[in-house]
Structure formats: C-alpha cells, structure tokens
Design a protein. Structure first.
Length: 293
C-alpha cells in the first residue's frame, strides 16, 4: 500500500476496507473524512484534487486510523475533535463526545436566563463539564457571565481547559475537580444558574449501548446509577440544603426521564418545564426557584 497512488485510490481503498470491517453504511463518508483530515483539505478541495498523489509519508498514519475505526473507535477520537454550537472542540477518550442534543441545553439556559435575569452578570456553574463544551460555549456567548466548571475527572478538566484556552476564555472560568456540587460547598449559595448534562444511563444499560460508546467513551460520564437518576437526586438534595443559591436549574436528561426528573426538581422549584428535542423526545428539564429557602 506504500507505492505511489492518488487521493482517489486512497479513498477507494479506505472505503473498501471500512466496508469489509463493519462500517458498511457510512464507509464512503468515513473514508473521505479520515483522508481529508489527514491531508488537511476541505470537502471541495478534496474532490478537486482526487487525481493528486496521496502523500506517501501519511500512508502509515492512514492505515492506523482505519484500523482504529474498524475496531469501533469513534471518528471524533481518531481525528481529535467534534463540532459543537458552531465551534470545534478537542476531544479525547477522557471525555464524552459532545452531542447535538446538548446544544438544546445551551439554548435553554440562554433563553431562560434572558427571560428571568435580563443581561445581568450572572454566576453559573456547569456540573460534569467534560470537554468543557457547555461552560466554554456559555462563556463565549455570554462574556459578562462568571462560569465555574466542575468535573470529577482531572483528565477531563485538562481537555476542558485546553478548549477554553483555544477560545480565550480559560480565565473567565473557575475550574474545580470533584464530585457533582461538592467542590462548590458553601459557594452554592452565590450561584444564579446550575446547568448540567450529568451521567444518566442506568448502570446495566451502559453495557447495552452501541460498541463505539460502550467500549470507548468514559463510563464515568455515562453511568447514572441503578436507574440513571442518581446525579439528579444528589444535586437536588444539595439545592434543598441551601437557603439561597441557583434560581435557574437546567438539566439534560435521557428521553424517558422527563417525568422523574421534573418530579425531583418539583421538590425545590416552583416552576418546572420539560422541553423536547427535534424528535419530540424529552431532553431538557428546566426548574425555576422563585422563592429559595
């Protein structure tokens, strides 16, 4: 495979390899993406230069990437990034790959904050920040806000800080390592908004997820306990224990968890709304504490 060949030949070989190794449905797309990212071409450039030689010094790297993909590793980990809210975020196996559904969480936070707080300089905590996609996006969209990002994983925080530095907001965000809201401690009383996309997959169901999620994405960011609701219970419990604190709470949830999480938030919030995604599935629960304590 190391003789001189064109981009077109590399594309055909890569697609054929992926078709033969479990990626039948998306082989062409994935082969194109891997080669484009490897040689640094956008889609238009790629198809304009199919007759150009494929760089011989990249042949071994392409073979490595194809083997990794054939083994089920997500494309995002192979190429090292994922787009979220119109920006590119570095990802690694230390963090969950940002999903399009989480963009709805960003929109819910911004919309509700605008309705409830106007343009105040709000204090916002992002629990389980992972890649930092939520905290960094909110810092960029609302530069007057003061963000705190929490994660139990030190490795995840390193990735999040890398993404924050990339977009010039690392100093706008306070970084804390620890379990859910524990690192905030008494500071919880000073927070205006709590936003979180916590682990919400029931423990036993983690092992039933598709291979590229089950075998490669961090279980710490997936496993929500026996029924998937443990992180929500613990955060709501923390909210119930403070006489001040977050008035706006925005959670991302699993598609079958709307009623359960809404009931939990109903213990500390006067208003609770469940919002659906584009498929009509429950995806976001928003709570408002008009009277705290």
């Amino acid at each position: 495979m190391h003789r001189e060949y064109t981009l077109r030949e590399a594309y055909r070989r890569a697609s054929s390899f992926l078709q033969d190794n479990g990626a039948e449905e998306n082989a062409n797309f994935e082969a194109e993406l891997l080669i484009r990212r490897l040689v640094g071409l956008d889609r238009t450039q790629f198809f304009m230069h199919l007759s150009d030689p494929f760089p011989a010094d990249l042949a071994t790297k392409l073979e490595e990437w194809l083997r990794r993909r054939a083994a089920g590793e997500p494309l995002q980990y192979i190429v090292g990034d994922q787009e979220f809210y119109g920006r590119v975020f570095h990802v690694s196996p230390a963090v969950l790959i940002p999903r399009p559904e989480t963009e709805l969480l960003i929109e819910a936070v911004i919309d509700e904050a605008g309705r409830r707080f106007a343009e105040d300089a709000l204090r916002v905590v992002d629990v389980g920040t992972g890649s930092g996609a939520i905290a960094v996006t909110l810092a960029l969209e609302k530069p007057q806000w003061h963000l705190t990002a929490i994660d139990l994983s030190a490795s995840a925080l390193e990735v999040a800080q890398m993404n924050a530095a990339r977009y010039g907001v690392r100093e706008q965000i306070c970084w804390l390592q620890g379990d859910l809201l524990a690192p905030v401690g008494a500071g919880l009383s000073d927070i205006d908004i709590l936003v979180s996309n916590p682990p919400y997959i029931p423990s036993q169901m983690v092992y039933e997820l598709e291979r590229q999620v089950r075998d490669f994405e961090p279980h710490l960011a997936l496993d929500g306990g026996d029924d998937g609701l443990s992180p929500y219970r613990r955060m709501v419990s923390a909210l119930a224990s403070v006489k001040a604190g977050p008035k706006l709470i925005c959670f991302e949830i699993g598609a079958d968890q709307g009623r359960a999480v809404a009931e939990l938030l109903g213990n500390v919030c006067q208003e609770v709304t469940v919002k659906q995604d584009l498929a009509g599935l429950d995806r976001i629960v928003v709570g408002w504490r008009s009277a705290v304590g």
